[in-house]
Design a protein around this ligand. Structure first.
Ligand SMILES: CC(C)(COP(=O)(O)OP(=O)(O)OC[C@H]1O[C@@H](n2cnc3c(N)ncnc32)[C@H](O)[C@@H]1OP(=O)(O)O)[C@@H](O)C(=O)NCCC(=O)NCCS
Length: 152
C-alpha cells in the first residue's frame, strides 16, 4: 500500500470512487479538473492511497493563510476500518505541519455518524453548527476543528 499525491491522470478513478459513496462530497469532472489547474494546485492537496495500482481512498484539502480545510475524504467501501482514512489524514497533517498552519477545519453532515466518529478519533473537536448548510437533502453541517500547532 502506498500514499502519493494525485495527478490529473487519476481523475477518472477519483470520480468513480467518490460516486460509489453516497455520503462523500460529490463534485463534477470540471471541479476535479480545476483542482490541478495552474494557480489552484499550489493551495490544494489531493492525496491518494493505492495498492497494486488499485485506488483505495483519497482526500482533497486546501489551505488559505494559516488554515486548512478538508474538502472530501473517501475510502472504498470494502476497504474501510483498515486504517486507510487515518493514513490519508496523517499525510494531510504532515503537509499542513510543513506549511506552519494552525488549524484544520471540515464540515460534515450531522447524520454521517461514521465519518464523525472517524474525525473525533483523529482528534477533531466540534466547533459549531451550520444550520441548513446542505441541500438534497437539506441538513445541518457540523463544523470540526483540529489544532495543528499550539498558539503562542
Ligand atoms: C470516513 C472514512 C473516510 C473513514 O475511513 P476508514 O479508512 O474506514 O477509517 P480508519 O480505518 O482509518 O478508521 C480510524 C478510526 O476511526 C474510527 N472509525 C472509522 N470508521 C468508523 C465507523 N464506521 N464507526 C465508528 N468508528 C469509526 C475508528 O475509531 C477507527 O479506528 P478502529 O477501526 O481501530 O476502531 C470512511 O468511512 C468513508 O469513506 N466514508 C464514506 C465517505 C464519507 O462520508 N466521507 C466524509 C465526507 S465529509
Amino acid at each position: 500500500m502506498k500514499i502519493r499525491t494525485a495527478t490529473p491522470d487519476d481523475i477518472p478513478l477519483l470520480l468513480q470512487l467518490e460516486r460509489e459513496s453516497t455520503t462523500a462530497a460529490h463534485w463534477t469532472l470540471q471541479q476535479y479538473t480545476d483542482l490541478f489547474r495552474d494557480g489552484a494546485a499550489a493551495s490544494r492537496l489531493v492525496l491518494l492511497v493505492e495498492k497494486d495500482d488499485v485506488l483505495l481512498g483519497f482526500l482533497v484539502a486546501h489551505h488559505i493563510a494559516s488554515e486548512w480545510e478538508l474538502e472530501n475524504i473517501v475510502v472504498s467501501s470494502n476497504e474501510r476500518r483498515k486504517g486507510i482514512g487515518a493514513r490519508l489524514m496523517q499525510g494531510l497533517m504532515d503537509a499542513a505541519g510543513h506549511s506552519a498552519s494552525e488549524f484544520l477545519f471540515l464540515e460534515v453532515r450531522e447524520s454521517n455518524h461514521s465519518a464523525r466518529r472517524f474525525y473525533q478519533k483523529t482528534g477533531f473537536q466540534q466547533a459549531g453548527v451550520r444550520k441548513g448548510y446542505y441541500r438534497d437533502p437539506p441538513e445541518d453541517a457540523i463544523l470540526y476543528r483540529l489544532q495543528l500547532r499550539k498558539l503562542m
